[in-house]
Design a protein around this ligand. Sequence first.
Ligand code: KIV
Length: 304
Amino acid sequence: MVAGSCQDKKNKDVLKILRYKFVALSSGLIFYTMQVSKTVRKVTTHILNEMKLKGEKIAMLTAYDYSMARIIDEAEIDVILVGDSASNVMAGYDTTLPITLDNMIYHAASVVRGVRRALVVVDLPFGTYQGDSKEALVSAIRIMKETGAAAVKLEGGEQVAESIERILTAGIPVMGHLGLTPQSIHKFGTYVVRAREEEEARRLMEDARILEKTGCFALVLEKIPARLAGEVTSTLKIPVIGIGAGPKTDGQVLVIHDMLGITQEFSPRFLRRYLNLYAEIKGAVQTYITDVRSQSFPNDKEQY
Ligand code: KIV
């Protein structure tokens, strides 16, 4: 079976499938039974829109591999972003610039194999969509074909509108990203809060309107003042997801390594750590080393 049709099957947007079945009894009687099997309701871009309309907050996290994607999908996260933050947390680079399209496809395909419910969005990496809308389309098509994801995300406003427009012609949903846009770090020089000044805030609002008009299905706002994020959220009809953008957005996104406390050195004010996995993992590994060295592992029951 080809990957696409397998995915289609998984994606069936139904809560329950009712199946009628003939059952033949030994007496020769035949009657109907009704089997009720549960399938998962896949999150779609339309569902995110409905959530905004109903005032239900959208929960989004990043993931880069099968095992983590499976856990957070089973926890019922709404959106999984295969972020180019993989460049930092998976590959150990200082910035998101070095990660390649092939790298992103590898991560995204692994994530999709672990997901049944969440909407999977994949970042277009630096250098694969800016400046040449035809290249943007080719990059986005590769992501959709080779990963089975449901949408792509890219950074920037008016300057990438032509790329977004062209990607949309292929029926590929696009999520925008404004505010702190890490792919432009060398232009800005620092990771400080963006759009504090009136002129930059005005520009951001204008870009947000352009992205909505161009056809983005959602928008990420990163590290901007909460008041501005609230204004953008109430101005736009599409869902707005914030990271370091306060409580008024339609949803929140965090990098999974940050919220689980795997990363240590990154501690911005907006980050809430739900675990300290760095310490947990280190402690477990130290205990294992002690057990191996003292020959208490494996014990009598842990062998054949
Ligand atoms: O790459 C990423 O993880 C992101 C989020 C921070 C939104 O773009």
